[in-house]
Design a binder for this molecule. Sequence first.
Ligand SMILES: [Zn+2]
Length: 207
Amino acid sequence: MVKSVLVQDYFDSYCYFFIDEATKHGFLIDPGAEPEKLLEIIRQEGWVIEKILLTHGHIDHIGAVSVIRAELNLPVYAHPETLSFIMDEEVNLSDVYGEPPDIGEVLPLSDGGVFQLEADPSFRLKTIFTPGHTVDSVVFYAEREQVAFVGDSIYKGCLGDYLYPGGNYELLLRTVKRKILALPEETVLYSGHSEPTTVGDEKPLYA
Ligand SMILES: [Zn+2]
């Protein structure tokens, strides 16, 4: 199951729990702000979060990482470029929004790599590199559950943002068409800043 939580700091951002209901284990994707609220949900639900996964290094997707990892001692995975991306003042938007949070060690994920839940390896997410919103953007796709966590690459009703440093309109459009809208039509897309949508609903907008 997917639980979306709206967290607020500089922006309203959605972060996501992707949880295997049978084992109550799962992944936390893009904890962008309000770590105490997210920790309280984990405690109340009795979930065991195995990993934190990041769709990219923008501050509104990583703001709660350090507090949550300190509390739960979790590994954090992101694109190999994410750390250098975070450290680049101009690119991480900290010149506008303040110092980037220290998220500590980030383990590199690979294009096509699969995250399996330790509690049930059939519960899995595949990583798809999707540059365009940023150089370090990725999507996490669960084929069996027909869901994809798309970060800021595509929103309900429109293309994602491409005007921040490192963004590229042509590349984003190509990525969205070839990698995200190529997923099965039933796939539900969960983004950082919109209500969920589906591949089938978005596809006509890009024809
Ligand atoms: Zn972003």
